[in-house]
Write a protein that binds this ligand. Structure first.
Ligand code: KG4
Ligand code: ZN
Length: 343
């Protein structure tokens, strides 16, 4: 069975290359995790520009692979299998990773696995906290995704219970940051400002929490608009914007809805472990409130460290290792990237 697995990630603005070792007891050890980000090139546009991201992946791919091998003290010929993000993500960006992975797999004559980016965000937690229980719930919150997933088998059986009907949670952070004059990406500066603010100062709406709303879906565009309206009307009155209070109140609304629905889903499906991953999982209030509510409900909370939560190659290598361990057949080299790949 392949033992050293390389993971390649290029679905958005991070070129990630990870190397892991699959042990006989199916535990997975992290050997290297190198990321080159084009986030600075997108900052002035306030969001990821697909063409810019694709070009950056092209330039960063080979040097990032080389750095990962240097860090791990391995040679290319040590790799036994490759996993690559096949989707979902930006078409042009995905293609760069898939083409690189095929080239390495063909040159080294080793198996290649096209894997799902969303499953990777969950699989990465096994690098820090060990194997997942037989069944768990995952809350995936990033710039591109907001999903509640029921995980029966990380390598093959994931069911989507709900997702955002409009903006992703991270996208809402980025848009609200812009309204408040904070830099992109908006999560970290809002998190920081919120520490000095009062989360109960302004009662922003909690989207899709009404009795007729889908139980496990999310909506953040109304919240984003409510923040923008609030700021506009304060400006019209000539008042100073209490940035810290607005940030804290917005953050409270996001954390409240995310944790409320995650706990409800865990209870309804009889699951006692919740994994929160994706860039927004780095949010301090989200992890605090999730810890509080999980403790109350008797649910074990697992949140990978921030570096593992954001896009990286280690998550794809980790998922690759679980796919290999599950004995899934290798992909032929003619598979294609799928920007809309479902879980
Ligand atoms: O997972 P990720 O790196 O990339 C995507 O796949 O989207 O997530 C990036 C998102 C951005 O929207 C960023 O604003 C958000 O994660 N983010 C945060 C924090 N750190 C990053 N959101 C809230 N609080 C944070 N501390
Ligand atoms: Zn992601």
């Amino acid at each position: 069975m392949p033992r050293i697995i390389m993971g390649i990630e290029s679905s958005c603005d991070e070129t990630g290359v990870g190397l892991v070792r699959l042990h006989d007891d199916d535990t997975v050890e992290l050997l290297a995790d190198e990321v080159a980000s084009s986030v600075d090139q997108h900052a002035r546009f306030g969001g990821v520009v697909p063409e810019v991201a694709s070009r950056a992946h092209l330039e960063a791919m080979v040097p990032t692979v080389e750095r990962a091998f240097d860090k791990a003290g391995l040679k290319l010929s040590d790799v036994d299998a490759i996993a690559v993000t096949a989707g979902p993500g930006l078409a042009g960006a995905l293609l760069v990773g898939v083409a690189a992975a095929k080239a390495y797999a063909a040159a080294l004559d080793i198996p290649l696995y096209g894997v799902n980016h969303l499953a990777g965000h969950i699989a990465v937690d096994t690098l820090q906290h060990g194997p997942l229980p037989e069944r768990c719930l995952a809350l995936l919150v990033s710039g591109g995704h907001t999903q509640l997933l029921l995980v029966d088998d990380i390598a093959s059986e994931i069911t989507e219970l709900g997702s955002t009907v409009d903006d992703a949670a991270g996208e809402a952070y980025d848009k609200v940051a812009r309204v408040l004059g904070l830099p992109y990406p908006g999560g970290p500066p809002i998190d920081k400002a919120a520490k000095n603010g009062d989360g109960a100062a302004i009662a922003f709406p909690r989207g899709m929490t009404g009795p007729r709303d889908a139980k496990f879906d999310f909506s953040f565009s109304g919240l984003k608009t409510a923040v923008a309206r609030w700021v506009e009307s304060a400006e019209r009155r000539g008042e100073d914007i209490p940035v810290d209070d607005v940030a804290a109140s917005f953050q409270e609304a996001v954390a409240d809805v995310l944790t409320m629905k995650a706990i409800r889903a865990a209870k309804e499906h009889g699951v006692d472990t919740l994994v929160i991953s994706g860039g927004v999982a780095a949010n301090s209030r989200l992890s605090e409130l999730a810890a509080e509510r999980c403790a109350e409900a008797g649910i074990t909370l697992r949140v990978p460290r921030p570096r593992l939560c954001t896009d990286n190659g280690a998550m794809i290598a980790a998922l690759g290792a679980h796919v290999v361990a599950a004995g899934r057949p290798r992909a032929s080299l003619d598979f294609s990237a799928n920007p809309a790949l479902p879980v």
